[in-house]
Design a protein around this ligand. Structure first.
Ligand code: CAO
Length: 477
C-alpha cells in the first residue's frame, strides 16, 4: 500500500514538472509514463483466463532447510502457491520425520508426506566442504532460505546471517525458533512446549482439571503459517528495497498470537469477573489468572458442547451450540420452551448468564433426541449457529472438502495413495495443484545440473566426494 501511495505522489510531482517545461515534453512518452505511474508500476491487468496467468509465487525459489513440522508447513504452503521449494536433507537420513510414526514398512511416513508436498529433495551433507560449496551456490540462486534448526545450528554450519547476506544481499532468511530473544532463546522446542509457553495450555481444559494441550498444532503449523506471511511480506518489501531481511517467528509468540483473546481476558479480570465464563454463573470466584473455560465460547455469545442422539456409543456425537442473542426466540421455539421468550429469567442475555448451565441442560435434552446433523439442519433453518463435532473419519470422507481441494488424495511411488490437506488458502487466480512429497534425494542431480549449472563431470566429482551420499559411502575427507 505504501508503495502505491508513493507512486501517486510521484505522479503528481511528475505532472507539475511537465507543466513547468511544456516545450520539452514529448507527448507520446509522457502519456506512457503517466499510465505506468497511475497503475503504481504494475503491468496491465492480464487478459488471460482466471487461473491461467501462472501461480502467485511463480519465480520464487526457496532453499528449504526445514525439518519436522513447523518449517515444512511454511514451505509447503509457499509451494502450494507456486514457489519452487528445494528441500535440503541430510544424505542417507533425510528429514527425521520420514521414518517417524511409520504406517507402511519402508515407505516415507504420513508425517513426512503430508508436510512436504510440492517440494523437490536434494541431499547435501552441510558439514562436508563440497556440501558447503553447493549450499553456497544455492544461497546465491534462491530468494528465501527457510530453516527451523535448533538455535545456533545454522551458524555452526557456517551460514551466519552476515555470510548469507554477503553471498546474496537479496536473500531472505526466515527462521522458526522456540523462543524469541530472552532467557529461553537457546532452548529447543517442540509443539507442546510452545502450547504451554504461549499461554494456550493454561487456558485450555476444564477448571477442575490440569492444563490441556490441543490437537490442532498451533505451535508448529501455526508458527509455520505466521512465517509464510512474514516471507511474503519480506518478498514484497524487497521489490522496493532490493535487499533481503531476516524473518523470525518464535513458536511462543505464534501461540500467544492465537491465544490473544485470553490476554484480553487477563486484563478484563482487573475490572471484575468474566461474566461470559460459566464459572461466573456457577458462582465460583475468579483467581488472579484467566481460568480454563472448558467449552465456553471465547466471545460474547455463550456456547457449549451438547450430546446428540447416539452419544452413548459414538464419542463424536456432539454438537457445539451457541445461544446467540439475536436468535434466542427461535431457539426457545425450537426446543419447545416458548415461555422463555418473555420470562424475565430468560428473555434477556444478562438474566441468562447466571442460568447457563440449566439452559444448556435443557437444550441438550432436545439435542439428545436428534443426530448432530439433524440438529445442524434444523438450527440452520433459523440461522442458529451450531457446529457438529466432526470426527477425522467424517472429515476424511466429506465430499465437499474433496471437491474444494481441501482434502486431496495423491499417489506415491512407494506407499500408494494417501490423503493430505491441500491449500486452505484459496486464491482465485492461482489454483493449487497438490503434488506428492519427494523421495529422499529424488531431485539431487536435477537441481545440481539444471538449477546450479554443474556439468555431468562436476556431478560425478561431487558424488565421489561424498558430499551428497550417506556417510558410510564417503571417501575420507
Ligand atoms: N547435513 C549435515 N548435518 C545436518 C544436516 C545436513 N544436511 N541437516 C542438519 N544437520 C545437523 C545440524 O547441523 C545439527 O548438528 P549440530 O548439532 O552438530 O550443529 C544436527 O543435524 C541437528 O539439528 P537440530 O539441532 O536442528 O535438530 P535436533 O534434532 O537437535 O532438534 C528441534 C530438533 C526441532 C528440537 C530443533 O531443531 C529446534 O528447536 N528447532 C527450532 C524450533 C522448532 O522448529 N521446533 C519445532 C519442531 S517440530 O515442528
Amino acid at each position: 500500500m505504501a508503495s502505491r501511495k508513493k507512486a501517486t505522489k510521484a505522479t503528481k510531482a511528475e505532472g507539475r514538472r511537465q507543466k513547468a517545461t511544456p516545450a520539452k515534453a514529448k507527448p507520446k512518452k509522457a502519456a506512457k509514463k503517466k499510465t505506468a505511474a497511475a497503475s503504481g508500476g504494475l503491468p496491465r491487468p492480464s487478459t488471460k483466463p482466471w487461473g491461467k496467468a501462472g501461480k502467485a509465487l511463480d519465480g520464487v525459489r526457496i532453499l528449504d532447510f526445514t525439518h519436522v513440522q513447523s518449517g515444512p508447513t511454511c514451505t509447503q504452503l509457499l509451494g502450494f502457491m507456486g514457489a519452487d521449494c528445494i528441500k535440503v536433507e541430510r544424505p542417507g537420513a533425510g528429514d527425521i520425520t520420514r521414518g517417524q510414526l511409520r504406517d507402511v514398512k519402508g515407505a516415507d511416513s504420513l508425517y513426512f508426506t503430508m508436510l512436504n508436498g510440492n517440494k523437490r529433495s536434494i541431499t547435501i551433507d552441510s558439514k562436508h566442504p563440497k556440501g558447503k560449496e553447493i549450499l553456497e551456490r544455492l544461497v546465491k540462486t534462491c530468494d528465501v532460505l527457510v530453516e527451523n534448526f535448533a538455535p545456533g545450528t545454522l551458524d555452526r554450519m557456517g551460514f551466519t546471517w552476515a555470510h548469507i547476506h554477503k553471498l546474496n544481499p537479496r536473500m531472505i532468511l526466515a527462521s522458526v525458533k522456540g523462543f524469541g530473544p530472552g532467557p529461553y532463546e537457546a532452548c529447543k522446542v517442540y509443539e507442546n512446549v510452545a502450547q504451554c509457553a504461549g499461554g494456550a495450555a493454561s487456558t485450555t481444559g476444564f477448571r477442575e482439571g490440569p492444563p490441556l494441550v490441543t490437537g490442532a498444532q498451533i505451535g508448529d503449523s501455526g508458527t509455520g503459517l505466521h512465517l509464510a506471511l512474514g516471507i511474503v511480506a519480506a518478498l514484497y518489501q524487497r521489490d522496493r528495497t532490493g535487499r533481503g531481511q531476516r524473518v523470525l517467528c518464535a513458536m511462543q509468540d505464534g501461540v500467544l498470537n492465537l491465544a490473544r483473546v485470553k490476554l484480553r481476558d487477563q486484563q478484563r479480570l482487573k475490572h471484575g469477573p468474566l461474566e461470559e465464563y460459566s464459572q461466573f454463573g456457577e458462582g465460583v470466584p475468579f483467581g488472579q489468572s484467566v481460568p480454563r473455560a472448558g467449552n465456553d465460547s471465547g466471545g460474547g455469545q455463550p456456547g457449549w458442547i451438547l450430546k446428540c442422539k447416539g452419544w452413548e456409543t459414538d464419542p463424536d456425537s456432539y454438537v457445539y451450540f451457541i445461544t446467540q442473542a439475536p436468535v434466542w426466540e427461535a431457539i426457545c421455539d425450537l426446543i419447545g420452551k416458548p415461555e422463555w421468550k418473555t420470562h424475565p429469567d430468560y428473555a434477556k442475555p444478562p438474566a441468562r448468564l447466571t442460568r447457563l448451565k440449566h439452559i444448556f441442560a435443557t437444550i441438550e435434552a432436545w439435542t439428545m433426541t436428534k443426530t448432530k446433523f439433524e440438529v445442524m439442519d434444523m438450527c440452520n433453518e433459523h440461522d442458529i449457529p451450531v457446529g457438529p463435532i466432526l470426527s477425522m473419519k467424517e472429515i476424511a470422507e466429506e465430499q465437499s472438502l474433496r471437491d474444494s481441494g481441501t482434502v486431496v488424495e495423491v499417489d506415491h511411488p512407494t506407499r500408494g495413495p494417501y490423503l493430505t490437506v491441500g491449500n486452505p488458502i484459496k486464491l482465485s487466480d492461482s489454483p493449487c495443484e497438490v503434488k506428492r512429497s519427494p523421495l529422499l534425494g529424488e531431485h539431487t542431480e536435477e537441481i545440481l545440473t539444471k538449477v546450479l549449472g554443474y556439468s555431468a563431470r562436476d556431478v560425478a566429482d561431487i558424488k565421489a566426494s561424498g558430499a551428497i551420499t550417506p556417510p558410510d559411502k564417503h571417501h575420507a575427507h
